[in-house]
Design a protein around this ligand. Structure first.
Ligand code: MIG
Length: 766
């Protein structure tokens, strides 16, 4: 909000309303009937969005109306009121208030101890922290906030304040952290009558104060850049989120093997280390698709090199042997390029001007793993292409995915100064402006390189990102710890990432820092097997964390849940297909589906996988019971088949080998027999687990690997189930060359743990 004085006049250019105030010019643009952009910059022209690519404007029949209380813009779904001083208010299509600018002044937060501090010579923080630009909105008592990307704490962000500044802070991540590695300046606000989204598209250091400073208002702002935000309306959370992903993009359908189990560790150094892991996976019958190589595979931590000695001078053959045993290789790729003359990546980068520079025009040097290092200037498209081409070195070794780390960017010699010069396209910019999109652009470079030189659906994992990075990359939540608090936090953290448009996410299962315990690992895999990115990872020097390191009981539990994940891969894959089209995340907080349910709004220890499966994991040590909340409707206990009706609370017995799981009545869940890795055996039959109740389900099938599906080379099946559990089905799109040979149905729910015997779905119905 900028106090711009009286609104003198306005004009319309297409769907842009140009507003001339006494003290400046601002603009409202209607993109769709549901999405309205608010823009003001005191100094300069608009810079292109990093999150939104291409025009998102569709033709809307606008109506403008001058009223005593301001200028009204009606889109058919939203009414916007613009008043003097550039106050902007949003109303629903029936004229009811939804989101109003706050008219008062922001007030300093009162801190009880301030006078005491003053006596001790500290200055009390009694001033109001000011941003160069900010928007202050009225806060209704019943409003809840969700999203904001990757933040610590719980699901509902109300009463907390956060910063947007991609940060690698090695301390254990606790609730009062202001920032982690990712900046996604988008949130949804929900109360009994409305839900809306606000996306503040600004890459400078930003602040989101969600009612911590006041019970009357919330605000967001940034230290630089423009006031540039999108109001996104919708009748439900899924609709609002789909408006946000309409702007910033959805995550593309991944290769199917990426949905399998990933094993990682900082400390697999030699070929023998990796061989031992691979052998143990198969010997212990733990399905596994992916092994990750951390920084030690490189020569002196130089990107795009491979330590030959540690791999018997032939990493290519080794990776090929791994692959023939079903293991795909993912390697870490850090941005810092070792400063070393004669190292081709460094020499070329210097010669071509591909690195960030000091204001004096020298290559900017800080320190990372390889020691003194330069930072590729990923905002420059030429640099992204160069980086993308270099991925070929890794692909030629047999690598199938790229793991981008340290791309906040992290640096060991203090933070990069704000004035280090980075390019934004062909415009000279600064670290201060582009810090938060460094990881985003690096992920984009990796994605485009893999797409061009591998051709399959790129698999990229990133630590740092910005709004819109979901188009290029999956993400993990960085360096958590092997503590119960971080298992608890994993649920709201991953759910809020999903609500921020990043669906393909996971935590380091078992915890990264510190030593895990058998019980913690057993409980963590029960959450991890339902999270989209399913990877066990731990830090150098911590207790070994592979599934077989903790004795038979934990190994058996671990296997049970990895196998459950593999059983559900067809369901997960369907969810990714749905997500690509609608933006609905895979892992969902209960509130996403049950937003009218007040208990669901603050439920931190349960989640949904898609619309049909509810997971209520135990995230406390030393307990074999779980208080389970089931929202309205009929639910079936996945393990016993018992029928339950919500909304209600239940106490579920949950000894260490039991993660409570429920399936909604009327569900059809596609499953497969677990395999050692995805594609080990051909998928000849589709297996449907069916739960009585009226429902329908679409199942998707393609080759799981390339982009042929975009040319229609996929099969889509539509199934319906009745109250009695009777199933019918048909093929609604037939484009895949190797469809199923048979479809089998098992009626579950209310029939004991096993359900009824498997039956073939009558021929002719598909
Ligand atoms: O400074 O590559 O978050 O997953 O194992 C630590 C070593 C660098 C941080 C990543 C972590 C990775 C580790 N990296």
């Amino acid at each position: 909000m900028a106090k711009l004085g009286k609104l003198n006049k306005y004009g319309q250019e297409g769907q842009k309303i140009i507003l001339e105030f006494e003290q400046g010019r601002a603009q409202i643009e209607v993109l769709t009937p549901y999405i309205v952009n608010v823009f003001y910059d005191p100094e300069k022209e608009r810079v292109p969005s990093k999150a939104i690519e291409g025009s998102k404007s569709v033709s809307v029949n606008l109506a403008l109306e001058e009223k005593k209380d301001g200028l009204w813009i009606h889109t058919g779904q939203v009414s916007v009121r613009v008043c003097d001083d550039f106050y902007v208010d949003f109303f629903d299509k029936d004229g009811r208030e939804v989101c109003l600018d706050y008219r008062g002044e922001r007030r300093p937060l009162e801190r009880v101890s301030s006078s005491l501090l003053e006596q001790e010579g500290h200055s009390a923080a009694a001033s109001v922290q000011q941003c160069k630009i900010q928007a202050v909105k009225q806060l209704k008592p019943s409003l809840h906030f969700y999203g904001l990307g990757d933040k610590t704490g719980f699901l509902d962000k109300r009463h907390y304040d956060y910063e947007m500044w991609n940060t690698d802070n090695p301390a254990p991540q606790v609730d009062c952290f202001k920032a982690l590695y990712k900046s996604i300046p988008f949130f949804m606000a929900l109360d009994d009558t409305h839900v809306y989204g606000l996306f503040f598209d600004n890459t400078f250091k930003g602040y989101f104060n969600m009612g911590q400073e006041s019970e009357e208002y919330y605000w967001f702002g940034a230290e630089g850049g423009s006031l540039d935000y999108y109001y996104i309306a919708g009748d439900s959370m899924p609709e609002v989120l789909s408006g946000y992903t309409y702007l910033t993009g959805t995550a593309p359908l991944p290769q199917k093997w990426t949905l399998g189990y990933h094993q990682c560790r900082w400390g697999y150094v030699t070929q023998e280390d990796v061989e031992e892991i691979a052998r143990n996976m198969r010997e212990n019958d733990i399905p596994c698709d992916v092994i990750h190589f951390d920084i030690d595979y490189m020569q002196d931590y130089k990107v795009f090199t491979w330590n030959q000695e540690r791999y018997h001078n032939d990493p290519d053959s080794f990776l090929d042997r791994l692959f023939r045993d079903g293991f795909k290789t993912v390697v870490i790729n850090d941005p810092g390029v070792k400063q070393e003359e004669g190292y081709p990546i460094y020499d070329e980068g210097v010669k071509e001007g591909y690195f960030a520079k000091t204001p004096e025009g020298e290559v900017y040097i800080n320190a990372v793993w390889p020691g003194a290092a330069a930072f590729p200037d990923f905002g420059n498209p030429k640099v992204r292409r160069w980086w993308g081409r270099n991925q070929k070195f890794l692909l030629d070794r047999g690598v199938r995915g790229i793991w981008n780390d340290m791309n906040e960017p992290a640096s060991f010699n203090g933070p990069l100064p704000q004035d280090v010069v980075f390019m934004d396209g062909d415009r000279e910019s600064t670290h201060g402006e582009l810090h938060n999109v460094y990881g985003h652009f690096m992920a984009k470079a990796a994605y485009e390189g893999l797409k061009e030189f591998d051709g399959r659906r790129p698999f990229v994992i990133t630590r740092a990102c910005y709004a819109g990075s979901q188009k290029y990359s999956t993400a993990w939540t960085g360096d958590n710890c092997s503590i119960w608090a971080h298992l608890q936090m994993a649920i709201p953290q991953l759910c809020n990432l999903g609500l921020s448009g990043m669906p393909f996410v996971g935590t380091d299962i078992g915890g990264f820092g510190a030593d895990t315990t058998p019980e913690l690992l057993a409980r963590w895999v029960q959450v991890g097997c339902f999270s989209p990115l399913f990877r066990n990872h731990s830090a150098l020097g911590t207790r070994k964390q592979e599934p077989w390191q903790f004795g038979k009981e934990v190994l058996d539990i671990y296997r049970k849940y990895v196998k459950l994940r593999y059983r559900l891969i067809p369901y997960f894959y369907d969810l990714f297909y749905e997500e690509e089209r609608t933006g609905a995340p895979i892992m969902r907080p209960l509130v996403f589906q049950y937003e009218k349910d007040r208990t669901a709004r603050t439920c931190n220890d349960e989640f949904l996988v898609g619309g049909n499966i509810l997971v209520a994991p135990v995230v406390q040590p030393g307990t074999d019971k779980k208080m389970v909340y089931l929202p309205e409707g009929v639910w079936y206990d996945y393990w016993t088949g018992a029928r339950l009706t919500g909304p209600a609370w239940f106490v579920k017995d949950a000894p260490l080998d039991t993660c409570p799981v429920y399936v909604k009545g009327g569900s059809i869940i596609p499953v497969m027999e677990p395999q050692s890795y995805v594609g080990e055996k051909p998928l000849e039959e589709l297996m449907l687990e069916v739960y009585p109740g009226e429902g329908s389900y679409d199942h998707y099938l393609d080759n799981g690997e390339d982009f042929a599906y975009r040319e229609g080379k996929y099969h889509q099946y539509h199934f319906e189930v009745t109250e009695e559990g009777h199933v019918t089905g048909e093929v609604v799109h037939a484009g895949y060359g190797e469809p199923y040979k048979r479809i089998l149905v098992c009626r579950r729910g209310g029939r004991g743990p096993e359900g009824a015997p498997w039956e073939e779905l009558a021929a002719g119905c598909f």
